[in-house]
Design a protein around this ligand. Structure first.
Ligand SMILES: Cc1cc2nc3c(=O)[nH]c(=O)nc-3n(C[C@H](O)[C@H](O)[C@H](O)COP(=O)(O)OP(=O)(O)OC[C@H]3O[C@@H](n4cnc5c(N)ncnc54)[C@H](O)[C@@H]3O)c2cc1C
Length: 384
């Protein structure tokens, strides 16, 4: 729990108060429902409103738009507590840390006033739709089109793997306003989905982990939205906007990865000290102690690195290659650690009722979304 961990340099009394609030909400309102949410493949819609009521949504959006008025430190504390309470299903990172910041950074005054308070209250649930059946990593080649027709854009195309896809009421949609251009043809269009003709959702996709998160396909068939829904006031800015915002997305993935590493280590230490084989605790075997010594080292190095990244990000100094380093390395370590720790649980590690099995299956996608780890290395290498 939080009290036994040293306070990171990026935290203060306000952040710790928010962390405690998040921890108790996640432990009481989310963790007990995780199994049911896993089975139904989504959280209950009301949990978004409950989270909004107590101020857990949009904590780093200015108060004038209904947010908490804090910094990224609040987003980081919430992501950490989701890992620590084993309650990862509520998709707040996409909703608050990613989507709300696109609107806050690029939206016109009217757009911010229109959407941000509703995101902060949970009245709207947000998603961002970049990936398509035919293209994920190669974002410049999205096929979804948003063609201007009078005062409207007409959107046609399909998106897949969209987090919060079943429950979202607002989707930032990556589309070509100029299909003859690659990056320069991309714009971000905000689509409000309620009763919207031509908009439909596919099935919630069955995954190997993160079962409680609604990951879905979205279809746009002649969907019409007002031109006022173009994010910002100029077409063709979408790719630049994505490139500017992706480091924050990558950082929050890395923050969750490090918290998961720490939690996985804690669980495994507890188990191996209790479970006996050959008349002694599993922890006493040299192999177990050496593995756990290695993992404790990884956890320490990862913590120092991620804390430094968070401090830099809050100061506006986290550069693109460092965010990519944080994303690939911490998620790779998370997967390695989850695998090694599961092994130390023996057969129980493979049983769904043991949290370690979920830590293992939930970890795998961290190397894939937010830009795959191969793409992270491509980005880093461009700066070498
Ligand atoms: C659970 C989940 C949630 C997701 N949530 C969202 C979401 O909310 N919104 C959204 O838009 N997307 C989301 N995604 C999609 C995710 O971002 C993509 O899956 C990811 O970007 C990879 O795209 P792809 O699946 O098309 O793989 P591809 O791009 O087809 O890649 C296949 C393989 O080729 C490799 N590869 C591709 N290009 C290169 C290259 N240049 N150099 C080296 N290797 C390369 C990749 O690393 C990968 O190993 C989610 C995915 C999952 C699984």
């Amino acid at each position: 729990m939080t009290a036994i961990r040293p306070r990171p340099a990026w935290s203060d009394d306000d952040v710790e108060a928010f962390r405690d609030l998040a921890h108790s909400f996640l432990a009481k309102e989310c963790a007990p429902n995780e199994e049911r949410w896993n089975e139904q493949q989504h959280v209950d819609r009301e949990i978004w409103n409950k989270a909004g009521e107590i101020g857990l949504l949009c904590p780093s959006i200015p108060t004038e738009y209904g947010g908490g008025g804090g910094t990224f430190a609040l987003e980081a504390a919430l992501a950490e507590e989701q890992a620590r309470t084993l309650a990862p299903s509520l998709g707040t990172s996409v909703h608050s840390t990613i989507v709300a910041h696109y609107i806050n950074n690029y939206g016109t005054e009217e757009q911010k006033r229109r959407w941000l308070p509703k995101l902060a209250s949970g009245e709207l649930v947000a998603a961002i739709a970049m990936s398509e059946p035919g293209t994920g990593s190669d974002l410049q080649n999205v096929r979804t089109k948003a063609i201007r027709s009078g005062d409207e854009y007409v959107i046609d195309g399909s998106k897949t793997f969209i987090s919060n896809g079943l429950l979202c009421d607002l989707v930032i949609t990556v589309a070509k306003t100029d299909p003859d251009n690659a990056a320069k043809g991309i714009s971000l269009i905000v689509v409000e989905t309620t009763d919207l003709p031509g908009f439909s959702r596919g099935r919630v996709l069955k995954k190997i982990g993160q079962h409680g998160q609604d990951t879905a396909e979205l279809f746009f068939d002649g969907v019409r939205v007002p031109v006022a829904n173009l994010l910002g006031s100029e077409e063709g800015q979408g790719f630049i906007q994505l490139m500017q915002q992706l480091p924050q997305e990558r950082l929050v993935i890395a923050v969750a990865a490090v918290a998961a590493i720490e939690e996985t280590l804690t669980h495994t230490l507890r188990y191996t000290k209790e479970r006996e084989a050959f008349g002694k605790p599993v922890f006493q075997f040299q192999n177990s102690r050496f593995k756990l010594a290695e993992i404790a080292t990884i956890a320490r190095v990862a913590r120092v690195f991620i804390d430094d990244c968070i401090v830099k990000h809050i100061a506006g100094e986290l550069d693109v290659p460092t965010a990519s380093m944080a994303k690939w390395w911490t998620t790779q370590m998370q997967c390695d650690v989850a695998d090694e720790c599961l092994q130390l649980f023996g057969g129980y590690g493979y049983m769904a009722e043991y949290p370690i099995s979920r830590m293992f299956t939930d970890s795998r996608v961290q190397k894939i979304y937010g830009g795959t780890n191969e793409i992270m290395k491509e980005i880093i290498s461009r700066f070498l």
